[in-house]
Design a protein around this ligand. Sequence first.
Ligand SMILES: Cc1cc2nc3c(=O)[nH]c(=O)nc-3n(C[C@H](O)[C@H](O)[C@H](O)COP(=O)(O)OP(=O)(O)OC[C@H]3O[C@@H](n4cnc5c(N)ncnc54)[C@H](O)[C@@H]3O)c2cc1C
Length: 488
Amino acid sequence: MDMLPSQSDPQTSTLSSASPDKIYDVVIVGAGPVGLATAVGLRQRGIENILVIDQTRAFRQVGQVFDLLPNGLKALKYLDSQAYEKIKETNHKSLNLQQSDGEKTNSKSPAWLYKNFQGQVIRSVPVDYDSWFQDYGEGRVPIAWYNMQTTLRNLLPEHQVKANHRCINVVDEPENSCVRIDCLSDTNIEANPYAYWIEQPQNSDINPQNQQAKSIRAKLIVGADGINSTVRKALYTDSLARPEYSGYAAIGCGEILEIPTELQTELEEKFFQDASRLTVTNNHISTDAAGMDEPRIILVRRVEGELGYLIHLALPMDSLQGQSGSSLVDLAVQELEKAGFPHVIKELVRISNPSKMQQRLYYIHRINIVDKGDGVKKQPTWSGGRVVLVGDAAHGMPPFMGQGTNQGLEDALAVVTLITKIAENNHWDDILAIATAFEKYESLRRPLMAYIQQLTLKQYPHSSAKDWQEYGQQVYDRNFDPVLGILV
Ligand SMILES: Cc1cc2nc3c(=O)[nH]c(=O)nc-3n(C[C@H](O)[C@H](O)[C@H](O)COP(=O)(O)OP(=O)(O)OC[C@H]3O[C@@H](n4cnc5c(N)ncnc54)[C@H](O)[C@@H]3O)c2cc1C
């Protein structure tokens, strides 16, 4: 394990001399779903001397909708039952709102269908809460990232969640028995190509003279700052600190209007039928590496006559470099052509509105890394001294299994349980007890994460029904163990 630097970075050298006027028990870097769930869980257990910081200049509507699945919901329920209830309530409210706005929902077709090139159903995954509840003892709740952030944030006192604090460095201060976090406020935001919402720099109203540097000290730091984690960069000094391109990307178009009637009818009859969204993929069902490079397309119908799509595909990183508008349309058509997609789907993609084209590279922070030079397997650890990583900071990955937030909530439950023991035993200054707790966290969580990442990269949803059932048992069907304080 690389040590945290104990010398200050020249950029922040003026900060290190400040004497510690306040030391928090826990500072959480990152007010995403995992950081906030950690904070809510700690407070629920009586650990109140905490602070959450986030780099965003102000909390605002970013991110997209993801699914909370049985394992994530169970973890949230044991972190804080009020948070669990509020999240379900938020989801009900936004569903009702969509319905009263006349937006087409899945109510007509409460299953996500996977179809082959001939339009035959090869898998049907229920999307309603009750079907999942019946199978796994907990449901499925779609929620927008921002709604989840807001709901959890509202459960914390306002002064404990601070925006406009960008962590730029984490430094061990053994002389003060704590770790120091150096932050900048009112600074230019760096564009973050790794985050899925692509951070929009909000720099226009910034006066560099107002830029403020600040240090915050804590007994423990939880790094919940996402896939491009700064806390992780302080833990690892080597190339593992940065997220790696996963080999997979997405090309999408948000809106295709004026679709010729003939094309529309063929798409409707062969693929959509009653559904508002579905996945079309090759018939080939495989659990081995051969199946993993097959592109697949998610077709979406928002309102009558308006379609969109998202293609997930394996691509070398540089083939997307500089591609936008019509060159991106051409690339998408070419990839579908290579994979043998039916004419009707290629035609839909070909008439995409170039101004609505988007592309996204998916990054990963791997659980297991095989060094290309010496072939040695490395397992980058998730902690060092008083610092521990959770969520995407520890194991960010492409979204194919819908497990990013769900696994992050499981991390939060494990870390909260172990930090609570540290607090109960007043072990805040017992470095050995802290190291043992964080090692335990990793030993509990790493095997499942290795399994999930491996399946994510195989694009497992397209494997056989038997494997899918086994996956469900291993991931969704676990229950809370009150002794370990995690799902097993
Ligand atoms: C298309 C897509 C679909 C997805 N679908 C699903 C799904 O169905 N189910 C699921 O479980 N997951 C899904 N995911 C993954 C999920 O969105 C992430 O795993 C999840 O958001 C990770 O949560 P987090 O709190 O660890 O990190 P993030 O959500 O990335 O939050 C990190 C926070 O840290 C802040 N931050 C970053 N750097 C700093 C810094 N230096 N200082 C201070 N603050 C900082 C950021 O502003 C942000 O608020 C999907 C992802 C994508 C891209």
